[in-house]
Ligand binder design. Structure first.
Ligand SMILES: *Cc1c(COP(=O)(O)O)cnc(C)c1O
Length: 495
């Protein structure tokens, strides 16, 4: 059965997967959603015998139905290779009463690699299939991790350029160093005076700007997106939930068909939405536990049914989750509105004009599989220290938000369902916050001294991504105001 993609703001316009991947965002400002999610009609015991790439093929071939098996295998094989530091790609590690799904073994050591190592291949294949001759300009807003993962994925890919905007004062020192040292003639990295939401709004505005699109087309360019608004990111993210489940089956921790819970540290709602889509495909998931940091707009939403971004933006030690406008929530809103694009549009308009909307009681009733909670900065740090001291396992700050919320969930519900925690970054990416959580005395040391200390404490090899930036030269130093993003893009492209 073929899957078509339609906009959350207009159900009439339908296109196939490759067209939706190329466009990124619909012209009406909506996000592309599948018009149906096919059943994963493979025995879970059979899936448990497969490796990551084979599972990826089973899941993705059902969602990207206009890709031939050869095209898809090429994309999968090119993405999930030696760039990952383990052939398991996403190992499931049992520690401290939970299963940590380590999604950070790719080249930029955050979970964004899981999708962004394949997106360039999906995009280039999509361009070929649709006879696109324009050069594709990837325009990306990042809260820190998407930027580097997208840069690494698209650097020197023929037929593409990539421009990344990040909040100048809103990412970790290592995240920034990773981005501004990026090589590749087709890469640009720009810091903005503003926060992630400003960067994301600026990028979305450029996508919807018809004059800019016409000027680009005149010069042989067109935009696409590497943000999780692109369906080409969400589909590869469904894979690792299926893979994690099959590891639990393979290890004998559960029987095929048993339910599991998943805990996801959430910012833009892409990662957890991919889990939700995996369930719609048939994966037995009971609860989606949505973990927020002190920017707890999603927790409040699950509690009250009111989404309200009118609040102080807090810079935390889990910067990749410092987000108040959670883009992918729109896809869930559309679903719980009964795939009603008019209703969804009305709510998103309210978000645009008042920064706020309220869902109906009927819609709220459809959120019963979700549990939301949040972790304060103190609780996050305490979790890192506690699990290090009890199990010798050192997790990053984002994963620690998830682990903290999981403890709160268990205390509140006594639910002992086997649980997978999405572990979204290597502790080496947030070394300073992680080490200071373990002992405040580390505050005196430099970033790279702390890298060596972390290595001593954890016994985990220092990732290549960190070694690479120790001595790398800064190649990008453009900084602009959030209001100048379009002129920077015009400048880079010579428009
Ligand atoms: C992006 C990111 C998140 C949040 O993921 P979303 O898909 O935006 O919800 C969490 N942790 C890390 C380390 C990230 O890079």
């Amino acid at each position: 059965m073929s899957v078509m993609y339609k906009s959350t703001r207009n159900s009439n316009e339908k296109m196939n997967a490759s067209e939706a991947i190329l466009k990124g965002l619909s012209d009406d400002g909506g996000l592309y959603v599948p018009d149906n999610i096919p059943e994963l009609d493979v025995d879970l015991n059979e899936l448990a015998k497969m490796d990551y790439r084979q599972v990826a093929f089973e899941v993705m071939s059902r969602m990207l139905t206009d890709f031939t098996p050869e095209e898809l295998m090429h994309c999968i094989d090119s993405a999930y290779d030696k760039k990952f530091d383990t052939p398991l790609i996403a190992p499931l590690v049992k520690k401290a009463g939970a299963n940590y799904l380590e999604l950070f073994h790719g080249s930029t050591i955050a979970f964004k690699d899981m999708a962004l190592s394949i997106l360039p291949y999906l995009l280039v294949t999509s361009a070929k299939k649709n006879n696109v001759t324009n050069e594709i300009v990837i325009l990306t807003a990042t809260s820190g991790d998407t930027g580097k993962a997208a840069l690494a994925g698209f650097a020197d890919v023929p037929g593409t350029k990539i421009i990344v905007f990040y909040p100048k004062n809103g990412v970790s020192p290592i995240q920034e160093k990773q981005m501004v040292t990026q090589k590749g003639a087709n890469t640009s990295v720009v810091g903005i005076i503003g926060n992630f939401d400003d960067a994301q709004t600026g990028v979305k505005n450029m996508f919807n700007d018809k004059t800019l699109a016409a000027d680009m087309n005149g010069k042989g360019y067109q935009f696409s997106s590497a943000n999780s608004i692109n369906i080409g990111r969400l589909v590869p993210q469904m894979v690792y939930y299926v893979y994690a489940y099959t590891r639990l089956v393979a290890n004998g921790d559960i029987k095929a068909g048993d339910k599991i819970n998943v805990v996801v540290p959430t910012g833009n709602f892409g990662n957890i939405l991919a889990a939700y889509y995996a369930k719609e495909m048939g994966l037995p998931i009971a609860k989606f536990i949505c973990a927020s940091n002190e920017n707890k707009v999603l927790y409040d939403f699950f509690e009250t049914g009111v989404y309200d971004k009118n609040r102080e933006f807090i810079l935390t030690t889990s910067p990749s989750m410092d987000i108040l406008i959670s883009s992918n929530l729109e896809r869930l809103i559309y679903r719980i509105a009964g795939d009603d694009s008019d209703k969804n549009t009305e709510l998103m308009k309210a978000l645009g004009s008042n920064g706020k909307y309220e869902i109906t009681p009927d819609m709220k009733a459809k959120l019963s599989e979700f549990y939301g909670n949040y972790a304060s900065e103190e609780e996050t740090a305490a979790t890192i220290k506690r699990v290090y001291e009890s199990d010798g396992y050192i997790m990053d700050t984002h994963t620690a938000v998830a682990a903290t919320v999981y403890e709160k969930y268990k205390t509140a519900t006594k639910d002992e369902t086997p649980t997978v925690i999405a572990s979204t970054a290597s502790p080496y990416k947030f070394t300073r916050s992680v080490m200071e959580a373990i002992d405040p005395a580390y505050a005196k040391q430099s970033d790279f001294e702390l890298v060596d200390e972390l290595n001593k404490l954890s016994g985990v090899k220092i990732p290549q991504a960190i070694e690479d930036i120790r001595s790398a030269k800064v190649l990008h130093d453009t900084v602009c105001d959030k209001s100048e993003m379009e002129s920077v893009v015009r400048n880079i492209l010579g428009l």
